[in-house]
Design a protein around this ligand. Structure first.
Ligand code: F6R
Length: 241
């Protein structure tokens, strides 16, 4: 795994943004795998600014998001649909029908998982996947113990993940207990992966990822089996490396 160490969150975001915008310009019909959460927000801000300043176009881009909460409709401000439109899609020229996010409000969730896997296959797989990392090593919402063989599936969120994400909700009770997520195999099938991390709260997870063994108890360790992963992280997140 290649590591790019940056000074701080802003430099992490700009570094990832420059690399990504360059890739989009050289392959304007690529499929992007996207993440939500605090980590990629600065990257998305960079892409929006770059779209305005340099005209990088997303008209032929397809996007596939990693995950969505179960039970939250797209218009719920805490849904990942809402997050993606607010923080990226509304500000670039991507076609709405080219953006794909699992439907956490689907009546038949098992069928939704199958549909999502099929869709990823039909659009030819993910060219570049953006990932954040949970303090417990989750990627997407693949919590510790998830089989590496998993594709899109329904998960019960770990209590520490619900706690970490409760900052966006009015109360702990409002934080959904389940989510739909691309699986570890789905993630490993993307041609290239950027893992972003910032801040001391991610330092232990990065240390386990880089120094620990490959184990389903630590989902991100599966990334060691992939040939093209770049970690872009600030010095606080890399403080044990
Ligand atoms: C979000 C996702 C999660 C986050 C992780 C880190 O789509 O897949 O794995 O990347 O929970 O979240 P933040 O960036 O908020 O620290």
């Amino acid at each position: 795994m290649k590591i790019i160490r940056t000074e701080n969150y802003l430099e992490m975001s700009v570094t990832a943004g420059r690399l990504l915008a360059e890739k989009i310009r050289s392959n304007p019909s690529m499929t992007l795998g996207l993440a939500t959460g605090s980590t990629p927000k600065g990257l998305y801000e960079y892409l929006i600014q770059d779209h305005r300043d340099n005209g990088t176009s997303y008209q032929q881009i397809q996007s596939v998001n990693l995950d969505e909460y179960v039970g939250l409709p797209a218009q719920d401000p805490n849904s990942y649909h809402y997050f993606m439109w607010k923080n990226l899609f509304d500000h670039i020229d991507i076609a709405g029908e080219s953006t794909h996010i699992p439907n956490g409000a689907a009546e038949d969730l098992e069928q939704e998982c199958t549909r999502y896997d099929q869709l990823i296959k039909e659009i030819g797989g993910v060219d570049l996947q953006i990932l954040g990392i949970g303090q417990n090593g989750h990627i997407g919402f693949n919590e510790p113990g998830t089989p590496f063989s998993s594709r899109t599936h329904i998960v019960t969120l770990a209590e520490n993940t619900r706690e970490a994400n409760s900052r966006f909700f009015n109360s702990m009770e409002e934080v959904p207990k389940h989510a739909i997520t691309m699986g570890i195999t789905s993630i490993l099938e993307s041609k290239e992966i950027f893992l972003l991390a910032s801040g001391e709260q991610k330092a232990e997870a990065l240390s386990k990822l880089l120094n620990g063994e490959i184990s389903e108890a630590f989902p991100a360790s599966a990334l060691k089996q992939h040939q093209n992963v770049t970690i872009i992280a600030d010095k606080n997140a890399l403080k044990y490396i």
